[in-house]
Design a protein around this ligand. Sequence first.
Ligand code: ACO
Length: 344
Amino acid sequence: MTVDTSSLRIVELDPDDAHAAEASYAIHAAVRAYGQPDLPPPSRHRHVHLLRLGWPGHLEKHWLAYDGDVAVAELDVSLPQRDNLDNAWIDLHVRAEYRRRGIGRRLYELAVGYARAAGRTKLMASSWEQIPDGPFRDGAGSAFARAMGLGRVHEETRRKLYLSTVDDALLDRLLADAYAHADGYSPVQWTDRCPDEYVPDMAYLEGRLSTDAPTGDLDWGPENVDAELIREMERNRAIMGGRAFHTAVRHDATGRLVALTGTMIEHGVPEHAWQMITLVDPDHRGRRLGTIVKIENLRLTVAGEPALQAIDTTNATVNRHMIAINHAMGFVPIDVEAEWQVSI
Ligand code: ACO
């Protein structure tokens, strides 16, 4: 679909068009460099493959906005296909030098029209905000979301662990203390591909995150995660050149995995890792299993990625148990991700 105006051309992105994919990458990289300069540039290889593959279980579309020949903004809309069928996620990026000209509003109106036509009744988005004493964030995303009528329904804090600050002796003590509380449990580790025997447990634990982690007033229901989805995510990650490190804890009496965490490294960005889901089954909480998986997985990741310098994690600001573990390991707060939702 192409919408022409005298000054702005909005074109649906064809993921197989190498020029369009490169333009999309350039916009994402520029918006990140301006908005969150503590993060490395996103992986180009991952970006262009992700445009083609999409997120498993989601239908995704992308539009580029051109001023003349210059791609200045991008709209990404993601429609969940397996659950949460009333919601649509949007991501809007306008290059800093093209802001406050109505481009964001035009793309937002396009997103609303598209989501409505697809039968969705709710729209969600997120934006980054500065925290007290944190690095500068301009707050444009939140001001824009408010101006478009979205409500601020939830917030997550991003924290970063600089590996140069890690105190290994302290982690040894935390880990020894945690194992003393965890009789009858054993750690299990793997990279990239979950062993067949554990895939159902991994799917169960990953699916629980959508109901167990605090999500404020966000109207978002349980996610339908099964073994097939886990394998599709792993296949896609391999195509995108990413690596994953996982640590779980097995309950020896039942043989089931009852705690899980993971980190992910993007292709071409070996100095940086993203923390993935951490979850302890509710029946097995209070035994320091969260501490065990996080510290053991940090060590697995560092051993596998010697160039690693930092890990970023995002948790609900009110998730005090998870935050206490991260704080003890040395993660420091950087900024806040505000989540927005509106009925359309
Ligand atoms: N300060 C105050 N109000 C603002 C700001 C700002 N920095 N930016 C936008 N607004 C409000 C204003 O009411 C503006 O209308 P006005 O200019 O007539 O006063 C209205 O939003 C529409 O602004 P646009 O010019 O259409 O928006 P723009 O093209 O500048 O894009 C965007 C806004 C997408 C937020 C851009 O700043 C950006 O890419 N930021 C980084 C990524 C991001 O945060 N994305 C949005 C997430 S929230 C969401 O998508 C609903």
